[in-house]
Design a protein around this ligand. Structure first.
Ligand code: GTP
Ligand code: ZN
Length: 337
């Protein structure tokens, strides 16, 4: 089967996000016999890919690929054999978003690969929650993607700066941008991350304005947005396509339904990073399995007493830890009849 050019483009590999990280993975043989393509979308039994100057449809099956992770997902770079048109291997990823497969918590499902920046979207209204942003930060750190907090609906808030200050306080150096997602001019604040070759993804709960932002960034209105339901602010899921979208600034948006349903999974390292002050205080507790409650010699409680650590952050640290343990707990054995 020869590689059929489906659609000629003027895209270079660099436009698509190719850089030295991937280039360094090619042997001389690879460079001679194969060419790299990026996975734009995944369908049943086929994947749409983009290479230098053309887009193609190829099979996702790679001979000999064993674990699921060896198979291509959206955002991946795949080597295609120039003579057979078949995929040879998936290049090592910069990062990979995964989630537990719905209905089977023991299986993991790949969601998106090679994301440069993840926009953590929250709105400047009563839905704003530091704890939720922290969860997303944990996830971003865990996956190894640079997070940028985007606060939407600034036009509806009297003092959007108070929300921004609360977000900035979560982590030193955290980038926080305030936008009116409906105003295409206002999203220019996000341009730094959306230029040629850059890949972004969005995380945030339903109704915070992700689709609206995406439309403003794409310079089109091609993702349907629906008005929020009148008596709750949960919004609706309006995005069903699973693919990479070209942004007006030249970059790529990786938008998959899975991204929208991501949960905190296997995020232990991430939690330790966001709460490194708590993690290091806990090392001084008298008991190694201290629950930081009423035990004698608890260094965490001591630090809270002196004001060195805060009780509110302690509560969030405990809550995230408990959620994480619940999420990774082995299913309890069913009693036999
Ligand atoms: N005033 C104002 N309204 C906004 C802004 N961003 C989004 N909205 C509105 O908020 C509602 C929800 O926005 P969506 O973009 O659909 O939210 P979403 O995060 O994509 O929601 P899901 O698709 O459910 O994940 C829509 O009515 C938008 O028009 C903003 O910055 N300012
Ligand atoms: Zn303790």
């Amino acid at each position: 089967m020869l590689l059929r050019p489906m659609m000629p483009t003027d895209e270079t590999l660099e436009d698509l996000g190719w850089d030295d990280y991937f280039g360094a993975q090619l042997s001389d043989e690879d460079a001679r016999d194969c060419h790299p393509v990026r996975v734009m979308s995944v369908h049943r039994g086929k994947i749409a890919v983009a290479g230098a100057g053309a887009r193609h449809i190829v099979t996702p099956y790679i001979a000999g690929a064993q674990p699921t992770d060896d198979h291509p997902t959206v955002g991946d770079w795949v080597l295609i054999d120039t003579y057979t048109g078949l995929p040879v291997r998936v290049l090592h990823r910069k990062n990979l978003f995964k989630r537990r497969a719905p209905g089977d918590p023991r299986r993991e499902q790949m969601i998106a690969a090679n994301v440069d920046t993840v926009f953590l979207v929250a709105s400047c209204n009563e839905d704003f929650s530091v704890a939720r942003l922290e969860r997303y930060l944990v996830l971003a750190h865990d996956v190894g993607v640079t997070p940028v907090v985007v606060l939407t609906k600034a036009d509806l808030a009297e003092t959007p700066e108070t929300y921004a200050a609360a977000a900035r306080a979560i982590e030193p150096g955290l980038r926080v941008e305030i936008v009116n997602g409906r105003d295409p001019a206002a999203v220019t604040g996000l341009a730094d991350w959306c230029g040629p070759g850059q890949t972004v993804a969005f995380l945030g709960s339903s109704g915070v304005g992700k689709s609206t932002l995406v439309n403003s960034l794409r310079g089109s209105d091609s993702i349907a947005t629906q008005p929020i339901r009148a008596n709750d602010s949960t919004g609706r899921h309006t995005t069903t396509v699973r693919e990479m979208h070209r942004l007006a600034q030249g970059g790529w948006l990786l938008d998959t339904p899975g991204m929208r349903e991501l949960q905190l999974a296997d995020a232990a390292t991430g939690i330790a990073e966001i709460f490194d002050d708590f993690a290091s205080a806990a090392e001084a507790c008298r008991f190694s399995d201290c629950s930081h409650g009423v035990e004698p010699g608890c260094a965490v409680q001591a630090a809270i007493a002196t004001g060195e650590l805060t009780k509110t952050r302690f509560d969030r640290w405990q809550k995230l830890g408990a959620e994480e343990r619940a999420a990774t707990a082995k299913p309890t054995k069913r009693r036999s009849r």
